[in-house]
Design a protein around this ligand. Structure first.
Ligand code: ADP
Length: 473
C-alpha cells in the first residue's frame, strides 16, 4: 500500500510535541512492514533542513484568496528516516523558524493544504490512502471531495484523519472564506461549526475514517471536546481509537545518544543512579532524594498551572526529602511562578524554561518518577518514554494515561494514578511515591525492571492502522 501522511510536524525535521513524534515514527514502521510511506510537512526553517540534502521534485502555483503563490516540493535524498520525507516550500509563508504561533497561521496552513492537494493531483499514479493529522491538515479530506481543481482525480482516494489534540481546531471567520481554494460551496455546511469555518470539524465530517490516539480519548471526546462533543458522538461509527506507540530505536536507554550513561533492565539501578547524579549536579539537587520530573507544555491542558502550588505543598509535607525538576515552556505566568519557586526552594526544585530535546532524554533516564497531572491527555507519550527508561509514572487517570498506566495497588499494576487535577490529589500521589522510594526500595527496583519490559512499540498500532486502511479499499 502507498500511504501519504500530511502533518505540520515530523520528528526530527520539526517537533513541538507528540504529533511530531508520531508522524516521525508511524511511517517508519509502515515502511518496515513493506508499505510505501510518504510524509509531507511544511518546509519550516529548522536545523534539520540545513543538515540534510534535498532534491527538487515538483513546482507549482496556486491562489490564496487573490494572492498568487508559487510552491516547490523538495525530497530528502537519502531515505534517512526510513520513509520518504517531502517538504513544501512557499516563500515567505512556510519557511519560518517556528512551526506555529504566527498571526497568519490560518493563511499559512490553507496555502500548505492547497499545495499538497495540487501536488498529489499532479502525480501519474495515485496513493492508496491520504492520512491527515490534526487541524492544520483538516481541510484536505474536504478538498479531496469538493475542491474544483482536484476532486475529479482525488475524490476516490480514502482519507483518514487522526485527532492528536481536539483542543485546537484552527477555526476562522466565514468572512475569510475567500482564502479557500475554489470548491463546491453547495457543501459549505461540511466546513461549518458554530458559524465558523472549522478545519477540525470539517475533517471529522468528511474524512472516510477518524482515529484518535487512544481509545479512552475517543470516549471522552463524546462528552468533552472543546465544543465538538456532539460531532464526535454523531461520527462515532466511523471513529476508532488506536493507541500510539513509541519509536523504540530513538527512545532506548541502552543506546540513546543523548545519555552519558547507558543501561538495560539488568543494569537499571546503577544506570539510573548515574544519570540522576549527572542531572542533580547540573541543577544543584541532592541525588539521594527521590527525583520527580515534569516535561511538557506549560498550559492548562497539562495542568501545569497546578505545579507551583503542588510543588510547594509537596516540599512542605516532605521537607528535605524530595526533589522536583521541571522542563517546559508555555504560558508566561506559569513559567514565572515556577522560576520564582527556585529562589526559596532552590535545594529542592530545578526549572528549565524552554524546549530541549537532549535534556528531556536525560530526565527520562535520571528521574525516579515522572509527574503528569494532565486535565486532558489524548494519548501522552511521556509516560511511555518513562516506562521504557524505568521511571515510574505518576499520572492523573485521564485519556491515554488511563489506558496505559495501571496503579501499583491493582493486580499487575506498576504506576501511581490519581483522579483529580488538584493540588491535594497530586500531594497524595507524590506522598505514595515518596513512601515507595524510602520504605520499599526492593519493590521500586522490581517495578523498574517490570516497566522497562512493557512493549509499547509501534508494531501493534501500525498493524491496526493497516487494517483500517484495508477496510477502505
Ligand atoms: P503533547 O500534548 O505536548 O503533544 P505528548 O505527551 O503527546 O504531549 O508529547 C510530548 C512530547 O514532547 C514528548 O516527546 C516530550 O518529551 C516532548 N516535550 C514536551 N515539552 C518539551 C520540552 N520543553 N523539551 C523537550 N521535549 C519536550
Amino acid at each position: 500500500m502507498e500511504i501519504v501522511h500530511v502533518a505540520a510536524e515530523c520528528f526530527p525535521m520539526a517537533k513541538a510535541g507528540g504529533l511530531g513524534d508520531v508522524v516521525g515514527a508511524l511511517p517508519k514502521y509502515q515502511a518496515l512492514q513493506g508499505h510505501i510511506a510518504k510524509v509531507v510537512v511544511p518546509m519550516h526553517r529548522t536545523e534539520f533542513l540545513y543538515q540534510q540534502q534535498w532534491e527538487l521534485v515538483h513546482e507549482g502555483s496556486q491562489y490564496l484568496g487573490p494572492q498568487f503563490f508559487h510552491y516547490s516540493v523538495i525530497k530528502e535524498k537519502t531515505n534517512l528516516l526510513g520513509f520518504d520525507l517531502y517538504l513544501i516550500d512557499i516563500n515567505g509563508l512556510l519557511d519560518r523558524e517556528k512551526i506555529y504561533g504566527y498571526p497568519d497561521d490560518t493563511e499559512r496552513f490553507i496555502a500548505f493544504q492547497n499545495a499538497v492537494c495540487d501536488w498529489i493531483n499532479s502525480w501519474k499514479h495515485l496513493p492508496d490512502i491520504i492520512h491527515c493529522h490534526d487541524h492544520h491538515t483538516g481541510l484536505i479530506p474536504f478538498l479531496l471531495q469538493y475542491g474544483y481543481d482536484c476532486k475529479d482525480r482525488l475524490a476516490a482516494i480514502p482519507s483518514v484523519f487522526t485527532v492528536h489534540n481536539a483542543q485546537y481546531a484552527g477555526a476562522f471567520d466565514w468572512q475569510r472564506k475567500y482564502l479557500l481554494p475554489a470548491c463546491d460551496m453547495l457543501h459549505w455546511s461540511l466546513l461549518d461549526w458554530h458559524h465558523q469555518i472549522n478545519p477540525l470539524a470539517a475533517a471529522i465530517k468528511t474524512a472516510w475514517k477518524v482515529t484518535t490516539v487512544s481509545p479512552g480519548y475517543l470516549l471522552e471526546l463524546r462528552s468533552s471536546a472543546a465544543g465538538l462533543e456532539k460531532l464526535f458522538d454523531h461520527e462515532k461509527d466511523k471513529s476508532v481509537g488506536i493507541l500510539n506507540g513509541i519509536d523504540t530505536d530513538i527512545w532506548d536507554p541502552a543506546h540513546d545518544p543523548y545519555l552519558l550513561f547507558h543501561y538495560t533492565v539488568a543494569t537499571v539501578a546503577a544506570g539510573k543512579r548515574k544519570n540522576k547524579e549527572e542531572l542533580c549536579r547540573r541543577f544543584g539537587l541532592d541525588p539521594d532524594r527521590p527525583l520527580f520530573c515534569f516535561i511538557g507544555r506549560m498550559v492548562a491542558e497539562k495542568a501545569a498551572d497546578l505545579l507551583p502550588g503542588a510543588i510547594a505543598a509537596c516540599v512542605a509535607a516532605h521537607p528535605e526529602k524530595i526533589n522536583f525538576l521541571i522542563l517546559g515552556s508555555g504560558e508566561n505566568q506559569i513559567e514565572q511562578q515556577l522560576e520564582l519557586l527556585t529562589g526559596p526552594l532552590q535545594d529542592s526544585v530545578g526549572v528549565h524554561i524552554g524546549y530541549q530535546e537532549a535534556l528531556s532524554h536525560v530526565m527520562y533516564a535520571g528521574a525516579d518518577f515522572l509527574l503528569m497531572p494532565s486535565r486532558v491527555e489524548p494519548c501522552g507519550l511521556n509516560q511511555l518514554y518513562a516506562l521504557r527508561f524505568g521511571t515510574i509514572p505518576v499520572v492523573r487517570a485521564v485519556g491515554g494515561l488511563k489506558d496505559t498506566v495501571k496503579d501499583m495497588g491493582d493486580s499487575g499494576g506498576f504506576g501511581i494514578r490519581f483522579e483529580q487535577p488538584s493540588v491535594e490529589d497530586i500531594l497524595h500521589a507524590v506522598s505514595r511515591a515518596v513512601a515507595l522510594y524510602y520504605e520499599a526500595p526492593a519493590t521500586l527496583q522490581k517495578l523498574r525492571e517490570q516497566i522497562m519490559q512493557i512493549d509499547h512499540s509501534w508494531k501493534s498500532a501500525a498493524t491496526q492502522y493497516l487494517q483500517l486502511y484495508k477496510s477502505l479499499k
